[in-house]
Design a binder for this molecule. Structure first.
Ligand SMILES: Cc1ncc(COP(=O)(O)O)c(C=O)c1O
Length: 463
């Protein structure tokens, strides 16, 4: 087999561009990492000894670090994760949901939630967010929506909601938690994008503060932490079982957690408690300045709490280019090629910039001038693309677990209509399921898969 390049060479090629990074991991090429972590990174890569403790049975320094984190985040119990929020979501759901139970889940949830359904033989009841057609984003969930869903599906043991979303949009967590608790049901929150909320009161309140029973946070998305660093928190008054979640975590988590990552998490939390919080305020102010400038220029659009009418992460810049006649994807490409600016994600409408604690004011100044220039010079060779955010509704014919384990066969899309899907297709970002095991493949779903995911064949349950 012919290999073109070492992986090292390819990644180095990107690194050499010296890109301005508004994407994860939030340490921004090391800018946000503590100097001592950078200095000692490889020497800190050790294993379990008396001095270094053991993450899966912590009794010493790791136990202390987790307790420290739990105090900072206001949790009853906090677990360090070196396999991202992915493993946290799986453990949290498996630990909270009895086998065979039903769970109310956000239609746009991350693929790890679907993995947990498969592993735990859990039946999903889908909660569909409202589409905000004026702003081209999914709205957050309200208490009324959850109340309606629960009255139709009282069998659900609890709910799992993603808040904030990739677009920084938050749900009515406090009201939803209260509603669920009135009914003796639990609320789990995928707060992967909201680890920074705990460090600044100009940001939305955390899920735990608002009464969630448990949540996960990817430190690497918004804080100065190494890729895959994440936390699983259980609330102080949680109605979910600590023991069950911990058991599930031990089942799923690597037995060789990375010490540079774990020390890095402790360092990141300390940094945020120190100068980090002040730095977030500065970045928030800078983002506000950019938003104001965009509104004055009137050639770009930007989402905010006022237009969305719900809490939004002030550090998630979601900028639309439709007034210039270009898609978010085209705009992201122009930003990369002409300005060396790399955003986290782009869709047919928006470019999504993660402004993390590792970013600097200077980088935001460069983004501001690039946007200003873009707003006046329309690139000529790009065309608007069709909207790709409207994921088709789900008609569940089998549980995800039953379909995943059923005998299956490959089918071309043209011969798959009416069949039951046997696989999960969910591109990242944002990682929401375009289709999941157990879903009936309607013409609309197949059209979406072909147009948006470029799928030509897939696995279906054998008839
Ligand atoms: C909403 C959401 N939840 C969970 C995850 C998984 O997080 P991680 O990459 O830390 O495993 C992601 C990843 O992008 C995400 O966007």
């Amino acid at each position: 087999m012919l290999f073109h390049k070492d992986l090292y060479d390819s990644v180095k090629q990107f690194v050499k561009k010296d890109a301005i990074r508004f994407h994860m991991p939030g340490h921004n090429g090391g800018t946000g990492l503590s100097p001592r972590l950078k200095r000692d990174f490889f020497r800190l890569d050790v294993t379990e000894f008396e001095e270094t403790d053991n993450l899966l049975a912590p009794q010493g320094v790791l136990k202390d670090a987790q307790v420290r984190a739990s105090k900072v985040f206001g949790a009853g119990q906090t677990y360090f994760l070196t396999c991202g929020s992915t493993v946290g979501l799986e453990a949290m759901i498996l630990g909270a949901c009895p086998k065979g139970s039903s769970l109310l889940i956000d239609r746009n949830c991350h693929r790890a939630v679907i993995s947990a359904l498969i592993l735990g033989e859990i039946t999903p009841v889908f909660l569909y967010p409202e589409w905000d057609a004026d702003n081209h984003v999914w709205r957050g969930f309200t208490r009324a929506q959850v109340e309606r869903a629960l009255s139709e599906h009282p069998e659900c043991a609890g709910a799992l909601i993603t808040s904030p979303t990739y677009y920084g949009v938050c749900s009515e967590i406090q009201e939803i938690a209260a509603l669920l608790h009135e009914q003796k049901k639990f609320l789990l929150v995928d707060e992967a994008h909201g680890a920074h909320f705990a460090f600044c009161d100009a940001l939305p309140r955390t899920a735990l503060e608002q009464g969630a029973d448990a949540c996960v946070q990817s430190l690497h998305k918004t804080l100065p932490a190494i890729g895959q660093s994440a936390l699983l928190h259980i609330g102080k008054n949680a109605i979910v079982s600590y023991e069950n979640i911990e058991r599930s975590l031990r089942l799923l988590h690597t037995t060789s957690p990375s010490y540079p990552m774990m020390t890095g998490m402790d360092e990141a939390i300390k940094t945020m408690q120190g100068k980090g919080a002040k730095h977030l305020r500065t970045l928030i102010q800078k983002c506000e300045d950019i938003k104001t400038k965009i509104r004055i220029l009137n050639h770009l659009t930007v989402t905010d709490e006022a237009t969305l009418d719900c809490p939004q992460d002030a550090l998630r810049l979601v900028i639309g280019f439709e007034k210039l006649g270009i898609s978010g994807r085209s705009a992201a490409k122009v930003l990369q090629e002409q300005y060396g600016i790399y955003a986290e994600m782009a869709d047919s409408h928006y470019v999504v910039f993660i402004i993390s604690a590792g970013n600097t004011e200077k980088e935001l100044d460069l983004l501001e001038s690039a946007l200003e220039e873009l707003a006046t010079e329309q690139p000529a060779d790009v065309q608007p693309q069709p909207l790709d955010l409207l994921l088709p509704p789900i008609d569940l014919a089998l549980t995800p677990s039953a379909a995943f384990h059923a005998p299956r066969e490959r089918r071309s899309l043209s011969k798959a209509e009416g069949r039951i899907c046997a696989e999960l297709i969910a591109s990242c970002p944002p990682g929401a399921a375009a289709v999941l095991p157990g879903q009936r493949l309607t013409a609309e779903v197949l059209h979406y898969l072909q147009r948006q995911e470029g799928v030509t064949e897939l696995s279906v349950v054998k008839e």
